[in-house]
Design a protein around this ligand. Structure first.
Ligand code: ATP
Ligand code: MG
Length: 180
């Protein structure tokens, strides 16, 4: 499984629709302070289902919508689409490409889509759990996170280890079964 592209529109500083294509090898993002590098990573985190506005440096979730600038009015909707190469069927979906889309409106309504079909947030979480790309994984390590992992309480640290080992999925399924 590989990232193919990330399309950002109306999310944080990306007022205009911006598509980033990923090629073979490592991709580096460079630019001056405040140019939106971290916003790109947060767009990736958000489309994968991030539920904490704080983790995205905001107060409430619709703070991710473009808030306007000196020359542009605020927008009413943010949308991010991530396209993954799934030709190896790493994700449990029978298509060579998987498109994950998330939208949010000013009134707080949000939508999640897999291959352009409306789904629940849970379907997105289930798809990525134990793949190493889920929101509790190590695939995104932000400034300060390294320290947070080392300073975390034993139980929290255990959760990171369980995610890496791939047992979180079974724990969540067990919990859901017990709650029924
Ligand atoms: P650094 O090199 O300092 O880490 P960076 O390239 O990572 O910078 P970001 O933190 O991604 O920069 O971008 C910050 C910019 O995004 C700020 O100018 C901020 O005003 C803008 N921004 C954040 N949220 C919004 C929003 N909702 N609407 C418009 N602009 C936003
Ligand atoms: Mg940054």
């Amino acid at each position: 499984m590989k990232l193919k592209s990330l399309t950002i529109s109306g999310f944080k500083s990306f007022a205009d629709k911006t598509k980033i294509d990923f090629f073979e090898g490592i991709t580096g993002i460079v630019g001056p302070n405040g140019s939106g590098k971290s916003n790109i990573i947060e767009a990736l985190q958000w489309v994968l289902g991030e539920q904490s506005a704080k983790n995205l440096r905001g107060g409430k979730m619709n703070d991710v919508i473009f808030a306007g600038s000196q020359t542009r009015s605020p927008l009413n909707r943010a949308e991010v689409e991530l396209v993954l190469d799934n030709s190896d069927r790493f994700l449990a979906i029978a298509t060579d490409e998987v498109a994950i889309t998330r939208r949010i409106y000013r009134n707080g309504d949000s939508e999640y889509l897999i291959n352009h079909n409306r789904v629940r947030l849970r379907d997105i979480s289930d798809l990525f759990i134990d793949t190493g790309l889920g929101k509790e994984s190590f695939s995104i390590i932000s400034q300060g996170k390294v320290e947070a992992i080392f300073n975390s309480k034993p139980l929290d640290r255990r959760m990171y280890i369980e995610e890496v080992a791939g047992v979180l999925k079974y724990k969540k399924e067990k919990q859901q079964a017990e709650n029924k």
